[in-house]
Ligand binder design. Structure first.
Ligand SMILES: Cc1ncc(COP(=O)(O)O)c(C=O)c1O
Length: 402
């Protein structure tokens, strides 16, 4: 590599998302002009933006029912309540995930049981099988878009009657062997927060084919008994069965955010292709870096490369920090999941001190080595080539230094 190339500095912004598309802005302005921002503030027989959005997301995923809500975190708490998880119940979940996941479990008074992570950054199915008798529900986080072998996972869960809720915050648009991510479990949750695959600032979805669970979720979300104004909901008689026993825990989506999301959903496939083109360029560029292990994806995984992870396995804390520092000095923002203190969005299971956990040495070794980089679509393919060159040169330099 030439001297000048080793000195290149990246000037892109890792938190800069694309602008909201013009047609979405126009739809948002129309909602504001109407004054009808609340999802149930619609004329008789009229379907508002929120109801139409639910209908469209149900069609995209192939789910029978869809509910749009205030956030991905709300969707997870709502799904747990809708499935009857009670205070004191245990809920299996990933040791490698982000704070909103154990947080949703804690929000219903339940207790997370953490399941380990593999070098493929998916839930460890052996550990899941070993812990399967401890809970009736698995909150499965497809963390950073890594999807476990869903056929094997569902075989373990079905054998133990474990209900699976999928956290698809990082897999909207992805899938496993032709099945959309979120269609294996009884319910699935998505986020439409700014850093996810569609952007409404805040927001989320819940999908399911289970009519009672979805009727409960709609009432939980704050439907004020106006559930007949939904277009991707179970029949009214299902609500009759659950409505007197389901509390209102408001967390609705509004028409303004729904209007912003509908045009973005129509472009989702195109966005996924753009992310994967960028992700794959970074991945190829990182291959062969001494001391760095890329995360291989299994056949059958249909991923969305909106971020990339790699492993610096068995590196000292000092050396990992040196890589982060050197890359940072060249404009490349890396996040380390292994740090002792939770920073920004990064967390690991022993950071959540409200949730008891047993030590998991195999998982700890992997968590200590996970480095993460966002890939916003405002980066070009050439940007991604440069990012890989910078990371490769700095990791190599630190690895080879005494
Ligand atoms: C893995 C994961 N699950 C769930 C969520 C929750 O989404 P929201 O921020 O919309 O509550 C996030 C958000 O960062 C996340 O990263």
């Amino acid at each position: 590599m030439s001297e000048s190339m080793s000195q290149e500095v990246f000037s892109g912004n890792f938190t800069q998302q694309e602008p909201i598309p013009e047609d979405a802005i126009a739809a948002a302005v129309a909602v504001m002009q109407s004054g009808r921002l609340h999802r149930y503030n619609v004329a008789l027989e009229e379907l508002g933006e929120a109801a139409l959005l639910e209908q469209e997301f149900a069609a995209i995923t192939g789910a029978k029912f869809c509910l749009a809500v205030a956030s991905g975190g709300y969707a997870m708490g709502c799904a747990l309540r809708a499935l009857g998880v009670k205070p004191g119940d245990k809920v299996l979940t990933n040791a490698f995930t982000l704070a909103p996941v154990p947080g949703a479990i804690a929000s219903v008074g339940a207790v997370p049981v953490f399941v380990g992570v593999t070098e493929g950054l998916v839930i460890d199915l052996d550990d899941l099988a070993a812990k399967a008798d401890q809970a009736d529900v698995l909150m499965l986080s497809h963390m950073r878009g890594h999807i476990a072998d869903m056929d094997a996972l569902m075989a373990i869960c079905d054998a133990q009657n474990i209900k699976v809720i999928e956290d698809c915050a990082h897999t909207m648009g992805g899938g496993w062997r032709g099945v959309a991510s979120g269609r294996h479990g009884v319910m699935a949750c998505y986020s439409t927060q700014t850093y996810k695959h569609v952007n409404s600032g805040e927001g989320g979805f819940l999908i399911s084919d289970d009519e009672e669970a979805m009727a409960r979720a709609i009432i939980l979300s704050g439907s004020y008994m106006l559930y007949e104004r939904h277009a991707a909901a179970p029949a009214p008689e299902v609500f009759e069965r659950v409505k007197y026993h389901t509390p209102n825990v408001s967390g609705r989506m509004d028409n303004l955010r729904a209007a912003i999301l509908r045009p973005q959903l129509r472009k989702l496939d195109q966005q996924v292709a753009a992310w994967n083109a960028r992700h794959d360029v970074v991945l190829q560029g990182l291959r062969g870096t001494p001391g760095l292990q890329v995360v291989e994806r299994p056949d059958g995984e249909e991923y969305v490369g909106s971020s990339i992870q790699f492993l610096l396995l068995d590196w000292s804390e000092a050396k990992i920090n040196e890589v982060l520092r050197r890359c940072g000095a060249r404009g490349v923002e890396l996040k380390w999941f292994g740090g002792a203190e939770p920073v920004a969005f990064t967390s690991r299971y022993d950071s959540w001190r409200y949730a008891p956990s047993e030590a998991m040495p195999k998982t700890d070794r992997i968590l200590k080595g996970i480095v993460d980089m966002r890939i916003p679509l405002t980066f070009s393919i050439e940007d991604c080539e440069m990012l890989a060159r910078i990371v490769k040169s700095e990791v190599s330099a630190v690895y080879q230094a005494e």
